[in-house]
Each structure stands twice: as C-alpha cells, then as structure tokens.
Ligand binder design. Sequence first.
Ligand code: URP
Ligand code: ZN
Ligand code: ZN
Ligand code: ZN
Length: 483
Amino acid sequence: MTKVIKNGTVVTADRSWKADVLFSHGKIVAIGSDLHGDHEYDATGCYVMPGGIDPHTHLEMPFMGTYSADDFESGTRAALAGGTTMVVDFCLPAPQQSLLEALQMWDNKTSKAACDYSFHMAITWWGKQVFDEMATVVDKGITSFKHFMAYKGALMVDDDEMYASFQRCADLGALPLVHAENGDVVAALSQKLLAAGNNGPEGHAYSRPPEVEGEATNRAIMIADMAGVPLYVVHVSCEQAHEAIRRARQKGMRVFGEPLVQHLTLDETEYFNKDWDHAARRVMSPPFRSKLHQDSLWAGLQAGSLQVVATDHCAFTTKQKRFGVGDFTKIPNGTGGLEDRLPVLWTKGVNTGRLTMNEFVAVTSTNIAKILNMYPKKGAIVEGADADIIVWDPKRKKTITSKNQQSVIDYNVFEGVEVTGLPRFVFSRGELSIEEAEVKAKLGHGQFVGREPNAAVNRALSTWKEITAPRKVERTGIPATGV
Ligand code: URP
Ligand code: ZN
Ligand code: ZN
Ligand code: ZN
C-alpha cells in the first residue's frame, strides 16, 4: 500500500520547497510533483517535516525513591501527539548492576511503545565489568553513554571514573554524555540551605546556581579533550555552560549542547510562586534560570553553538512531588514536555522570528539524528528514509492544558500557554498515528533503533594541545630581540 502527502511544502534542515511525498512499507520512496498513492493526505497550507526526535527522556525510570510516571505507552503517545516520532531514553543501571541486565529491564518496558526508540546507557558506577560490558552495549547498537556529575551518593561518578569511561568511549567509537552540575557543591549548598531553614522548593534553585553548572561543563569538556573524545552536554540551562561549550567548539572540539524547551521558555520566577505544589512541580535539575540565560540559549541555537532541543521528559505526579514537603532535596527532580516540545518551540521560536523553519527542523530532528548517528534513516525527508513525517499546520491553535494531555500526570508546566502551530497528521514509519487532535497511534508499533559507532570519534582531538605545548625557552636573562 502506498500513501502520499499532497500539496504541502517540504521543510528540511537545509531548504523548503513544494513537493508531494510518497511512502510505502514504512519508507519514503519518492519526493516530487503530482505523485499519487492508495491513500492521499492533504497538506495544503502545511509544512511537511521530518518527525521530531527527542534525544532525552526518562520513561518509567526508578529515581529518587519512586518511578517517573509516564511509561513507554503514555510517553510515546504524548510524543506522537506533539509531532515527535522517536525518543531516546536513558537506561539506568543501579550501582553495581550489570549494564546488560539493566538493558534487558529497559527492553522489557518497551512492548507498548507507539513510536521508535533508542537508548543511551548510563555509567552509574565503574569497574572491570562495566568496562567490559560497554563493548557489548555498543555491539547492541547503543553507542552513547551518560555520566551524572550530580546526584552525589546515588548516580554521580567521580572524575577518575568519568575519565576512564570517556577513554573507553573513545576506543569504542561511542559518544559520552554528561549531566554537568558539580554534585559536591550542590550537596554542600543544599545542607547549608536546609540548616538555615530554607526547605521549600525555591531552595532547590538556590542550591544549583549557574556556576555549579558552568564549572562542571568546563570540567567535563577538559576531561573529554584529554580522553580524545567528543562530548554531548545534556540540559544546558545557562550562559556559563554555554560559554564553556562555545569556547571548546572555537578551539576545534566536537562538543554538543542540548537546551530543553522548558529552560528556553520558563524562568526562575516559577519557584517563587506561593503555591508549594506549583513550585515543586517545576523542580528539575538544572533549575529554570533568569531571562538573561534564556537569551543566551536562544542565541546559541541561532549561532549553532547549541545544536539540539530536548525535553528531558521525567514526569512526576503532584503526589510524588509531595515526597519533598519539608525538604526540597526529596522532591523528585524532573518535568514533562514530550507532547509540547514542538508546538512550544514553534510558537516561541519560529513565530517570533528567533528560529527559521529550517533551524527548527535542525534542532528538533536532523541535528539529533546526525549527532546520534542515525541519519538519514531518521531526521530526513529523502528517498529511503523512514517515513517518520509530520504534516505541520502553522495556523492550528490550542491552549495547553493537562486536561487533555497524553501524559498521565495531573498538571502541565506549560498549562495555559497558547500555541499556534500543531500537527495535522503524524506518521510513524508510515503508520498514521495522529490525525488532527485524534491519537491513532498503535501501541507496540515502535521499534528499537540501533546505532553504529562513530569511526571519527578517536580522531576528535583538536590541535589545541600542540599549539599550547611549552616552547623551548632559553633563560639567558636577556630580553628577546624579536629576531
Ligand atoms: O531533573 C531532572 N533533569 N530529572 C531527570 C534526570 C536528569 O537529571 O536528567
Ligand atoms: Zn504495500
Ligand atoms: Zn540530568
Ligand atoms: Zn535527564
């Protein structure tokens, strides 16, 4: 059976042009004028774009004494409803747990996934077993490893462990990721705030100032350079972290930065809301920042120093958030956003002129597919690519509310935000999954996407060290003559 999207404007990361898109058996087979198929979908007035890829989700993840509330069923339905056709979720081994055993556990969660998915593997402890199993994980198509520099006493790895793991990534052609916050300083600041009686949700923000993130980002970058490996920094929220990434890129290092749609559009004033629930529902790490930091992140997306926009979807119900009444360090960290990423980014980015449509496609899909080594199977409208396609209606509007969202939680951090720009149709490997506001997604349709290691990884080291290597200086005490 063939399907064709007719009369739309194809928008990719490079260009926009009028064309029909024909697909069959889950793959794009032709792009051109006057194409016909068994089923035709009208895209008049719409943009035909590669489906969104969210490179950062935590579905049904054990964390801070509970499990994140959305699983692969509600999470992937939410993704599709908002035009995201693939998620990359974090497999999180418990300390001392085998990576392969954890992977099996994660695999078992995915039977109801409605869209395609892949995994990053987290390195939560270090030892010969982890070192050995990393190779098997790469063989299984998981070629990115996440390191938490925060959550001291739980997930955090120390610098020597991170350096060893980064070197292993370099050898295996894998990409290391970091959650960059100085976990020791966060722990100290948290204790200081609690001791002074500051136990409300705003204490969470005070305990994680931008300096904590900037320092850790810079440290991770330096360690990656010494290990000779590129680096992907998740949830970049502030200028200090962005600055470290910009500086590294200018020196020729492959460092990638991922802001979240939440940090781009919601600010720190959310934590000063008198309603405890309101503030706690927005507790995540790093916390929301001031408008100046938001401007830095938007500028980074425009200039290319930040490449990707994700959600870090890690949703907890109000009841779960209330575990932290009287002690902000016990509020489960995380916010949702899977259904809202594209509409909010389009509304606050494209409709305001901050992003072009092509940049929008780049940061929500194509750049992610390239960095995670699954392009052009994903992230592209080209013959042979998976038919993960959104037909985007730039005129459709809605007001975001938890009342009709796919996520199972009882609120939405974007509640009340009016968006203009929503999917008309969403196809997941050719399957019609969303038609206007109607979710037709088939549970279990999603497949695992394996990724190849990156052959270039080992050669990522910049020439920076050679330039700054100490010169031979003869200390004669006589000033140089300039000869
Ligand atoms: O607060 C957050 N971001 N929760 C999810 C886990 C993580 O740190 O990414
Ligand atoms: Zn057929
Ligand atoms: Zn994180
Ligand atoms: Zn995360």
